[in-house]
Design a protein around this ligand. Structure first.
Ligand code: ZN
Length: 340
């Protein structure tokens, strides 16, 4: 009678071990059979009441069952551990042939990028790229450019004056003066760089900004030459042909002077918010170099003339990348710069 029930209990326990869905079910199958109050133990307690022969036989039966159950449990645990390891290896797979992360790569500032593009373009058109001091003399920044003594630009409001009468250049034009003095005619040059104005800073004004001014001096330079170079320049900047127009404008160092407008690239001239419904966007001042400016730099205006233009690199970067606040450009915030 005992034999039958031991066999039955054993096969039930073996089935539970085989069918256990997880570690908890496996443990409960183990406790039911091999635990302190498990059925093997219950049988062992009965042994005291049996005859020596019966006790021996029951002991053998129970030991056999215990060994098989322990072996089944151990096999099942090994199998589960292997499966768990397998799953972990599959999940945590790592390609050790990938390159290490290394230092993060940066990139050029949007203004630097535009500046370099324009330098390459003008170099290809035969223009020299000139550099000059950011601390200038009053003569090179104003007098030599035909800017009168009482011109408001010289005011404390607009200019950072330094001790000793020098100043932070308010435009890159003094580099052109130095270029004319040094190179003499004929010449083609551009002067990219930083300029400074004593402005209160807001979304569209900065005390430090970037310009690119250019100049060509030769024999019989006309407004047609100016227009040709400006259209070439703008087509390169915007990546397509653009329609331009000239309006009269007054700048002391050119005569005649113009404001160059470009037909709105957003609406194509129909009128939109960007061009304030006019169809045109004011882009750059330009004109034929004032004879006084040539004369002051030692060039004879009877023999030579030229054109000059000024381009705001900061403004251009804002237009190209759709930046609505000038302060971002020099704010030093990587979250902003990483967008470009
Ligand atoms: Zn428009």
């Amino acid at each position: 009678m005992l034999d039958g029930s031991i066999e039955e209990l054993e096969s039930r326990s073996l089935a539970r071990i085989a069918a256990a869905a997880d570690a908890a079910e496996l443990e409960s199958a183990r406790v039911e059979a091999l635990g302190r109050k498990g059925w093997l133990g219950q049988f062992s307690k009965e042994m005291g009441r049996l005859s020596p022969e019966e006790r021996k036989r029951l002991g053998q039966l129970l030991n056999g069952a215990r060994e098989r159950l322990e072996a089944a449990l151990e096999a099942r645990q090994r199998q589960d551990a292997a499966a768990a390891l397998e799953a972990r290896l599959a999940g945590e797979w790592l390609d050790v042939t990938l390159p290490a992360p290394g230092p993060r790569r940066g990139h050029l500032h949007p203004i630097t990028r535009i500046q370099r593009e324009l330098e390459a373009l003008f170099s290809s058109l035969g223009f020299a790229v000139l550099d000059g001091p950011e601390v200038e003399t009053e003569y090179h920044n104003f007098d030599a450019l035909n800017i009168p003594r009482d011109h408001p630009a010289r005011d404390m409001q607009d200019t950072f004056w330094l001790e000793g009468g020098n100043l932070l250049r308010t435009h890159t034009s003094p580099v052109q003066v130095r270029g004319m003095e040094r190179l003499g005619p004929p010449l083609r040059m551009i002067a990219p760089g930083r300029a400074f104005r004593n402005e209160s800073v807001d979304a569209s004004h900065e005390h430090t900004f970037y310009q690119l001014e250019g100049m060509m001096v030769d024999r019989e330079v006309s407004v047609a030459h100016l227009l040709y170079f400006m259209k070439t320049l703008l087509a390169a900047i915007f990546g397509r042909e653009v329609t331009v127009r000239l309006r009269p404008g007054y700048f002391p160092f050119v005569e005649p002077g113009f404001e160059l407008d470009v037909q709105c690239l957003i609406c194509g001239g129909v009128g939109c918010a960007v061009c304030k419904q006019s169809g045109w966007v004011e882009l750059l001042p330009c004109g034929l170099v004032n004879p006084n400016v040539l004369r002051m730099s030692g060039i004879d205006p009877e023999q030579w003339n030229g054109f000059a233009f000024g381009l705001g690199l900061t403004r251009l970067a804002m237009m190209r990348y759709g930046i609505d606040d000038i302060r971002h450009l020099q704010g030093g915030d990587l979250r902003f710069l990483e967008q470009f």
